[in-house]
Write a protein that binds this ligand. Structure first.
Ligand SMILES: Nc1ncnc2c1ncn2[C@@H]1O[C@H](COP(=O)(O)OP(=O)(O)OP(=O)(O)O)[C@@H](O)[C@H]1O
Ligand SMILES: O=c1[nH]c(=O)c2[nH+]cn([C@@H]3O[C@H](COP(=O)(O)O)[C@@H](O)[C@H]3O)c2[nH]1
Ligand SMILES: NC(=O)CC[C@H](N)C(=O)O
Ligand SMILES: [Mg+2]
Length: 510
């Protein structure tokens, strides 16, 4: 067990950011909902209490017993966390006369406080609260204030317990990182040794110990970052006893099936390619509804995968590329997020096949997965590949799917993606692709009337795909791509560029 900081989540929109800030210090941390707060174990070096949309004045608000932590390990309450500690200790929390959202400046700082070491007077901090701590219990001493908020930070005498009203985890708190560093490294005494290399060594060891010496492991490979990194870790631990399966669903990009298989073989992975295109096309005949298409693709995927997996003798485990945001989403205070689009994965297989699940990336954020992939020698083209949806081109062909339409879209898509690479724009956009629209438009080519398909180019900037803006690509580039598509792809006579942000649009059109 690596040393870690425990984050108790009270439902703040910033809880994940607290984790990000701590991980950036090379310290491992975990988020747990306050409703299932774990007992103190030796590896827990400190606890952070998150903010919350609730008010501590509400009798229904989260109010867990924190005595198992207080005075035993350092505790940092952030916003709601600070208000909660103050109230539980007998202090008073009241609605603020003015609600405070946005920037504030610390005009009073206790220079002797280890939490505030090296912070500067007038430091900008980010506030987001409607309640305020009116009076502190005895033994709770103010260590920072702003012109509006007398109790911007406090320390509990005789303990390493702190409360802060502002949010050090957001980048707008300019010295927030420093404060987190003071807490995590100095006050909690963490070693800052949780690096990608460290992760690889300890995970490989853990996998060796978990997976029996004769056990075979199956892993669906998608060519994406997560499953590829999971494969490399498992390969280090168990070599050829890892059986990768890469399914061609007939909805991949042009030449992708061959290229990805080739990269995997170069990496020494034991991977089997399964071309099931015709099976997928058959399952999709006549389907036009996006969710029905997704379901048909998901179902066929499971059938194919199941069949192939049965061929592996002695299979005991199904490996998955689950990453930390997937885990948080399913256990968060707010519960599993509502389904906007049903994402396909290999879920549902384990019960059916009686396999145990192994998820080596469960604890990592996406950028950490990339760092681990880098440490394991994953080639740049996989490591920095744009995300690509599991149902692939199936949700980029609006309406029903035929092999002819796939071919048309693959050719237009290749021109766009290769263009982005040639112009040095590929790494500047988060995701890009082409949508084949279910309409025809009139054109004129060589004095002749055409009546052909329209495609829309989509390129977005984003951090995590949750929100996105359309990429402001240069006009010259767009002109070049448009020309090439119309001239080279027979059947397309019009190209448009999608300038919608998410929300309210989504990245994919279906
Ligand atoms: N063509 C495929 N062949 C085999 N397995 C696949 C394929 N596509 C997806 N999978 C499996 O289903 C999982 C979910 O796919 P999806 O693309 O939704 O995941 P992801 O989170 O984007 O992960 P990745 O980065 O590995 O693509 C993958 O991690 C992989 O195990
Ligand atoms: O594996 C997947 N199965 C799906 O059904 C699916 N739908 C959308 N996406 C990808 O998710 C991100 C956000 O997409 P949207 O803005 O369209 O919801 C983008 O990266 C999309 O490509 C999917 N991935
Ligand atoms: N960001 C927070 O934690 C806010 C706490 C509480 N809901 C308030 O408004 O004061
Ligand atoms: Mg993927």
């Amino acid at each position: 067990m690596p040393e870690q900081i425990l984050i108790l989540d009270f439902g703040s929109q910033y809880t994940q950011l607290i984790a990000r800030r701590i991980r950036e210090l090379n310290v491992y941390c975990e988020i747990h909902p306050y409703t299932s707060a774990p007992d103190l174990t030796e590896d827990i070096r400190g606890v952070v209490l998150s903010g919350s949309p609730c008010s501590v004045r509400d009798p229904e608000a989260p109010n867990p017993d924190l005595s198992r932590y207080l005075g035993r390990v350092p505790v940092l309450g952030v916003c709601y966390g600070a208000q909660l500690l103050a109230q539980q200790g007998g202090g008073e929390v009241l609605p603020a006369t003015i609600r405070e959202y946005g920037r504030a400046r610390l005009n009073h700082l206790d220079p002797a406080s280890p939490l505030l070491r090296d912070l500067t007077i007038d430091s900008q901090v980010w506030m987001s609260h409607g309640d305020t701590i009116k009076s502190l219990p005895s033994g709770y001493n103010i260590i920072a204030g702003t012109p509006e908020v007398a109790v911007a930070a406090y320390h509990v005498q005789g303990q390493q317990t702190y409360g802060i009203q502002f949010h050090p985890e957001v980048t707008h708190s300019t010295e927030g990182k420093l404060l987190m560093r003071n807490f995590v490294l100095d006050i909690c005494g963490c070693a800052a040794d949780w690096t990608p290399e460290h992760f690889v060594d300890s995970m490989v060891l853990a996998l060796e110990n978990t997976i029996g010496p004769a056990d075979q492991v199956i892993l669906g490979l998608s060519g994406g970052v997560d499953s590829s990194v999971a494969a490399l870790l498992l390969h280090r631990a168990i070599g050829p006893r890892l059986h990768g399966i890469f399914v061609n669903n007939g909805l991949l990009r042009q030449d992708e099936y061959e290229q990805v298989l080739h990269s995997y073989k170069d990496l020494g992975l034991n991977v089997r390619g399964v071309d099931a295109s015709t099976e997928f096309y058959a399952a999709l005949v006549g389907l036009t509804d996006p969710e029905l298409k997704r379901k048909a693709i998901g179902r066929t995927f499971i059938e194919v995968f199941d069949r192939e997996a049965q061929k592996v003798d002695g299979a005991r485990w199904l490996a998955q590329g689950t990453i930390y945001p997937d885990v948080i989403e399913s256990v968060s205070v707010k519960g599993p997020a509502v389904t906007i689009k049903s994402h396909h994965n290999v879920g549902g297989l384990p019960e059916k096949m009686n396999l145990k699940i192994v998820e080596p990336l469960r604890a990592l954020f996406k950028d950490e997965v990339r760092q681990v992939g880098d440490a394991l020698g994953l080639p740049h083209n996989i490591l920095h590949r744009h995300p690509f949806p599991g149902p692939g081109l199936g949700i980029r062909i609006l309406g029903d799917i035929t092999p002819q339409k796939v071919d048309l879209l693959q050719r237009a898509d290749a021109i766009f993606i290769n263009g982005l690479k040639d112009y040095g724009l590929y790494d500047q956009v988060w995701q890009a692709g082409v949508m084949l629209l279910p309409i025809q438009s009139v054109g004129v080519m060589g004095d002749e009337r055409t009546y052909e398909q329209v495609v829309a180019l989509r390129a977005v900037t984003s951090v995590d795909g949750m929100t996105a803006d359309w990429a402001h690509l240069p006009y010259d580039f767009l002109a070049d791509v448009s020309n090439k598509i119309i001239n080279q792809v027979r059947g397309i006579n019009r190209v448009v560029y999608d300038i919608s942000s998410k929300p309210p649009a989504t990245i994919e059109w279906e």
